[in-house]
Design a protein around this ligand. Sequence first.
Ligand code: AMP
Length: 116
Amino acid sequence: MYDDQNIFARILKQDIPCKKVSENEYYLAFEDLYPKAPIHILIIPKGRYSDATDFHQNAANEEIIGYYKGINDVVDQLKLSDGYRLITNCGYHGGQEVPHYHIHLLAGKKLHHSIV
Ligand code: AMP
């Protein structure tokens, strides 16, 4: 079940503000409120998908393509030629806090190798 009151749903409805980086028809990218790296962007689909599984199972192909190509738009816009990291947390074991699918884009310094 998708929670229409989750914080990212409210950002999409413009009920609450965000620091927008870019968007297209299928995605919105904005700065994480509590950055874990010099550059920490959240990239969310505009559709109502609670997590990675939901998005990959239920989004239309054009939504999936539009969303994932949007990640490259952000990378190009921010000129991340030195690299970056993409992370998604899914569900309880994945440590997901906000139940609207999102990918974290981290960059701006050499990140540690640890994945946990
Ligand atoms: P996750 O644990 O993968 O669900 O990540 C949720 C992320 O959302 C965390 O990194 C939070 O810092 C971030 N966050 C929570 N509220 C906001 C907000 N209002 N604007 C931007 N980022 C937020």
